[in-house]
Design a protein around this ligand. Structure first.
Ligand code: MG
Ligand code: MG
Length: 323
């Protein structure tokens, strides 16, 4: 049986995300990260560059009509011989018609070669917050994705080869040793103070104001959007809450697809999904994010209108200044 094109692109992405993770481990071990500061708290290392070249170079070669958008600018993304290895589990899964009937040029690929680069440069316990993110969108919606965590449980095992979680909407989420939806149903059945994860490096008065409004709650500060969604999938927190700009489409496409495939949601703070169409030049997720399980409206309704207004105002001001 020939697998559908969506399955083949996703199966390639799973394989390439693992290889990118291997590059990240090798460069970290070499000690020469060749860090470039792109902006405030915004870094690029040799691992970001080489991982993106590997992922996009291979996907372009294998799938010439696939539109690939990566975080890092100005890299030459060509490879002599494409790595055509495919992840078997991903390839042999059953895909719904909405995905299996797609042509290559109907799929957009969003690549964050290293999410949590700040944590990557810091090392220590933070290294486990690094992920490789490859998301696939169709008609503007996040439909498939891979989150590879190259330093998973690194503090316990220095020779870890990481873990890989992938999912597709209508197919399911794979790579976890539990059912994330069941874990959340179990959490909700007991009385507990909600536990949210949020930014560790981009905190601001508005972030703090929202957590004041959500009291009583506990806040866990973690790095990386991929890693924060993994914390939700693992059930160590109830939801990921971030009421501010900062994330871009490549930070959220894979996490959104994976958590949606598991029965959860990833929206902006008003409960709306982001549009992952390639033709929209604006990559910024202006209205922050909420990611969790259950009814997405329940959490979105808890965000005070005053906070939505402030975030909207910041967006409008910044967009106006750009013109
Ligand atoms: Mg990122
Ligand atoms: Mg990145």
């Amino acid at each position: 049986m020939t697998s559908c094109i969506f399955a083949r692109i996703l199966a390639s992405s799973v394989h390439l995300a693992k290889k990118a993770g291997q590059i990240a481990r090798e460069i970290r071990l070499s000690g020469d990260l060749s860090i470039v500061e792109k902006g405030v708290q915004d870094f690029q290392t040799e691992a970001d560059r080489r991982a993106q070249q590997l992922i996009i170079g291979n996907l372009n070669k294998l799938h010439p009509s696939l539109v690939c958008i990566g975080e890092e600018d100005g890299l030459s993304e060509t490879v002599e011989h494409a790595d055509s290895e495919l992840d078997e589990e991903c390839l042999s899964a059953t895909y719904p018609t909405v995905l299996s009937s797609l042509e290559e040029n109907q799929i957009t690929c969003w690549v964050d070669p290293l999410d949590g680069t700040k944590e990557y440069t810091e090392g220590g316990e933070w290294i486990e917050h690094v992920t490789v993110l490859i998301g696939l969108s169709v008609a503007g919606r996040a439909m498939g994705g891979v989150i590879h965590q190259p330093f998973y449980k690194y503090s316990e095992n220095k020779s870890t080869t990481g873990r890989t979680i992938w999912g597709a909407v209508g197919v399911g989420t794979f790579g976890l040793d539990h059912d994330p939806l069941q874990v959340h149903l179990d959490r909700l059945s007991g009385k507990h103070t909600p536990k949210y994860t949020s930014t560790r490096s981009h905190s601001s008065p508005i972030v703090n104001e929202l957590f004041e409004a959500l009291q009583p709650c506990e806040v866990v500060r973690l790095g990386g959007s991929g890693h924060k969604v993994l914390a939700v999938l693992d059930g160590t927190v109830d939801a990921y809450v971030y009421p501010s700009l900062g994330l871009k489409r490549w930070d959220s496409c894979a996490p959104e697809a994976v958590i949606t495939a598991a029965g959860g949601y990833f929206t902006d703070i008003t409960g709306k999904n982001y549009d992952y169409s390639a033709d929209d030049e604006d990559r910024m997720n202006w209205m922050g994010c909420l990611a969790g399980f259950g009814d997405s409206k329940t959490l979105a309704d808890k965000v005070p209108q005053s906070i939505v207004d402030k975030v909207t105002q910041v967006m409008n001001t910044k967009k106006e200044a750009k013109k």
